[in-house]
Design a protein around this ligand. Structure first.
Ligand SMILES: [Zn+2]
Length: 318
């Protein structure tokens, strides 16, 4: 080698050899899976389904943790340090902790505005946007719109398409794989949604009460409404006066079903249900919120099952 590089001929070969080695290095790098970090388990599964073998997914929040209130832990910053992409819900869901984690990660690729940072909530036409000036002192958690879009299957699928486009930007060679995965997910959930819809229709339920507005997209999609929430406002625990109002409203409207999201303290919901004759169904709202809910489909199934349970209990009491 040295002999060749020592010669005039070798001097010509040197840059070519370097270019070749550099090329091989880049190739090896391009084949490494993308390191993607998500804020919730349900987004983590979306990335796995769209990214396949081309992604290595790390989820910050556990399925049992309320994503509104995670802590900006140093261990999260370490996880973001090497990440190629951070996928968040946005719409202020993670506003209390994610900005600090991003700052602490000291990774320029994943900062807000870079191609390594993606919020999916704003891309799926959020509902319940508050107009005008928002007074956070009143404790409203959702000024930019309701962030819990993931429980409406087709919005989840649509978020998968946005994600596929971003993954393609980061790994152009795999663009068609990502696009195909998004198309498959959309077709699959469209099909399943029809079956879920028929089951909800068969329960004949029209109105429910929830603790938080986590289920609004789900209920809207399946033709149900909430007559109110047990908490006073998003993020504000109920006052005695508010509980009385909800009990009165549920009685007047003869609501039989209270869906209580598993992250929240169940006692206030039980109190409301007892006083108004509703059945309380504690429901998971993220994948792995309970051990047996390991997939997106299992999560939606559990919500449908909760409605069916309410229906059965109501039939028994009539
Ligand atoms: Zn919320």
């Amino acid at each position: 080698m040295n002999k060749i590089f020592g010669s005039r001929y070798g001097e010509l070969l040197k840059p070519m050899l370097l270019a070749l080695l550099l090329g091989l290095g880049l190739l090896a790098e391009a084949q490494e899976p993308l390191k993607v970090v998500t804020t919730t388990t349900t987004l983590g599964q979306l990335v796995e389904r769209i990214g396949g073998a081309q992604v290595q997914v790390t989820v910050l929040g556990k399925g049992t943790q309320d994503p509104h209130y995670l802590e900006a832990k140093p261990s999260y910053m370490v996880k973001l340090r090497e990440a190629d992409l951070v996928v968040a819900v946005g719409l202020d869901l993670e506003v209390g902790w994610l900005p600090n984690v991003l700052r602490g990660a000291r990774n320029p690729r994943i900062q807000v505005g870079q191609s390594g940072y993606l919020e999916l909530g704003p891309t799926v036409e959020p509902i319940e946007r508050l107009e005008g000036k928002v007074d956070r002192s009143e404790g409203d958690l959702h000024p930019l719109g309701n962030p819990h879009f993931h429980l409406a299957p087709l919005r989840y699928a649509r978020a998968g398409q946005t994600l596929a486009a971003r993954l393609a930007e980061l790994r152009p060679a795999w663009a068609s794989n990502f696009a195909t995965a998004a198309t498959v997910l959309t077709a699959d959930l469209t099909d399943k949604e029809k079956k879920w819809s028929a089951r909800v229709k068969a329960t004949d339920l029209k109105e429910v009460v929830t603790y938080h507005r986590t289920l609004t997209y789900f209920l809207n999609r399946f033709g149900l409404q909430t007559v109110g929430e047990v908490e006073s406002k998003p993020g504000v625990p109920p006052t005695a006066k508010h509980l009385m109002e909800i009990i009165k409203r549920a009685q007047e409207k003869k609501v039989s079903c209270l869906l209580h999201e598993s992250f929240f303290e169940v006692a206030p919901s039980e109190r409301v249900a007892k006083s108004s004759g509703m059945s309380v169904q504690v429901v998971p709202t993220e994948i792995q919120a309970v051990p047996e809910v390991g997939t997106y489909e299992a999560l939606i199934e559990r919500l449908i099952l909760a409605l069916e349970n309410c229906r059965q209990l109501r039939s028994k009491s009539l």
